[in-house]
Design a protein. Structure first.
Length: 268
């Protein structure tokens, strides 16, 4: 969608102040721990663009709250897994041996839109140390959430997602569907329905990049939209508009618990 199209679909300019008010109307509260997924296109035209959106989220939560955004870098992975697009098989070993090691300051967030990549660069944002599935946070509990991120089982209870769960985080889907709801990956671990696999990524080891293999599960987000639909029928969620974007806010623990049970039942 071009900027001209976005302007045409926007009733009035969105600003930091108007977005903050919209967030409060939806039920966001100062002091919340909030895991956010954002579609800039869905928001409509914003004065200040992504910077203003991030600032509005921070202003709504205040420094007593915690803003959490996934800053994954899936390009730091085994090229044998790449499908969009794949690379020639005879390239694989060269890629493994030459890919720069993960660096939370330098490694970009990819395939997630402009918000995560900008957010990780904001002052006082902490980024977890996982080569492929890092999560970044700002605010009161940012350090607690991001300080430890085991290499194995990247989005399990021991990851920042698990810590956000324990902090009774809320999820905000801002103009985006349940297929982007990262917290459902935590449900995949808890359900025990996924096969084990090995992943690989370059890590900094003794001053040099070293290809490192780690254990994980086979993620499958194909059913996330269906899980979300069923979740909404059973649980109370808050809905409304942030800018032009239809948005949902709900309890992360409730959603994770629901999805884990749903996946267990589907597997029987």
């Amino acid at each position: 969608m071009s900027e001209k199209d976005v302007i045409a679909q926007t009733s009035s300019p969105n600003t930091i102040d108007s977005l903050t008010k919209d967030l409060y109307k939806l039920g966001v509260k100062p002091g919340d721990t909030l895991l956010v997924h954002v579609s800039m296109k869905a928001l409509g035209w914003v004065s200040g663009g992504p910077q203003a959106v991030i600032q509005a989220l921070m202003d709504a939560l205040t420094s007593e709250g915690t803003l959490v955004i996934q800053t994954h870098s899936p390009t730091l992975s085994d090229p044998v897994e790449w499908q969009n697009p794949p690379v020639p098989e005879h390239w694989h070993e060269t890629i493994r041996q030459t890919m720069p090691a993960y660096d939370p300051e330098k490694t970009p967030s990819t395939y997630l839109g402009v918000i995560p990549e900008l957010f990780r660069k904001f002052p006082d944002v902490h980024r977890s140390h996982h080569p492929s599935f890092s999560i970044s946070a700002w605010g009161k509990n940012a350090s607690e959430i991001t300080s430890e991120h085991p290499l194995d089982y990247s989005l399990s209870d021991h990851s920042p997602l698990g810590k956000a769960y324990k902090l009774d985080a809320k999820v905000l889907l801002l103009g985006i569907g349940y297929d982007a709801n990262t917290s459902f990956h935590l449900s995949e671990y808890r359900s025990g329905t996924r096969k084990m696999k090995e992943n690989g990524a370059p890590l900094q080891v003794e001053g040099a990049a070293k290809w490192t293999v780690y254990k994980d599960i086979e993620f499958d987000d194909e059913l996330f939209e269906e899980i979300g639909e069923q979740f909404e029928k059973k649980k109370t969620i808050l809905t409304g508009k942030i800018g032009e974007a239809h948005s949902r806010q709900f309890s992360m623990p409730e959603a994770v618990d629901f999805a884990a049970e749903w996946l267990k039942n589907q597997d029987h």
